[in-house]
Ligand binder design. Structure first.
Ligand code: COA
Length: 159
């Protein structure tokens, strides 16, 4: 496995035939949209919202050749706090350690160090994130949210 390699703002990591890259221009927005619109957490998300979320996040694409096979993004001020979102690996590339590698690369990224807080939400992947130190918040009563479960209803432009 080739460790971190940064050229300007773009980072690239290689393992076997897979590459993780922070180069947004390599991302296949259509493939990300196809996965996310059917996901349990972003069901029905319009492609324009995916595009906007990508523009304003630090993105990590997992590629086999030019094909996007996995993805994650971090919403962050790059100083104190990061929110890990939209993590997925396409079914045909699962169970090869790609998501563990992806989370490891993200948590070691030089722009994402020394944070007071990392957050994420998951329905069933606690075991994956737990190995990297994520825990159920001790003081849930200190967290508040505005939740809009119907935010995307009637907005999907399809593809
Ligand atoms: C979750 C997901 C990203 C895992 O990707 P992957 O590349 O197949 O995972 P890896 O091969 O790196 O292995 C993940 C490890 O976490 C564990 N794990 C814990 N919860 C898991 C879950 N819900 N799904 C998959 N693996 C999970 C696995 O058992 C494995 O541990 P092991 O190596 O000790 O066996 C992938 O299954 C996926 O895209 N699922 C649908 C989207 C999703 O649920 N994303 C997470 C939202 S927070």
């Amino acid at each position: 496995m080739k460790e971190i390699e940064m050229a300007g703002d773009v980072g690239e990591w290689t393992r076997d035939e897979y590459v993780i890259s922070t180069d947004r221009s390599r991302l296949d927005i259509g493939a990300i949209h196809r996965f996310l619109r059917d996901s349990y957490w972003a069901a029905g998300i319009p492609i324009e919202i995916v595009e906007r979320s990508v523009q304003h996040s630090i993105t990590f694409g997992v590629f086999k050749g030019t094909e996007l096979v996995g993805f994650a993004r971090v919403i962050s001020d790059c100083a104190t706090f990061g929110y890990l979102a939209d993590v997925f690996v396409l079914p045909s590339h699962r169970c090869r350690g790609l998501s563990k590698w992806l989370i490891q690369v993200i948590l070691r990224h030089p722009d994402l160090q020394g944070f007071r807080l990392w957050l994420l939400a998951t329905r069933d992947a606690h075991g994956l994130y737990g190995r990297f130190g994520f825990k159920t918040p001790e003081r849930l009563d200190r967290y508040m949210e505005i939740r809009q479960p119907n935010a995307y209803i009637g907005r999907d432009s399809g593809e």
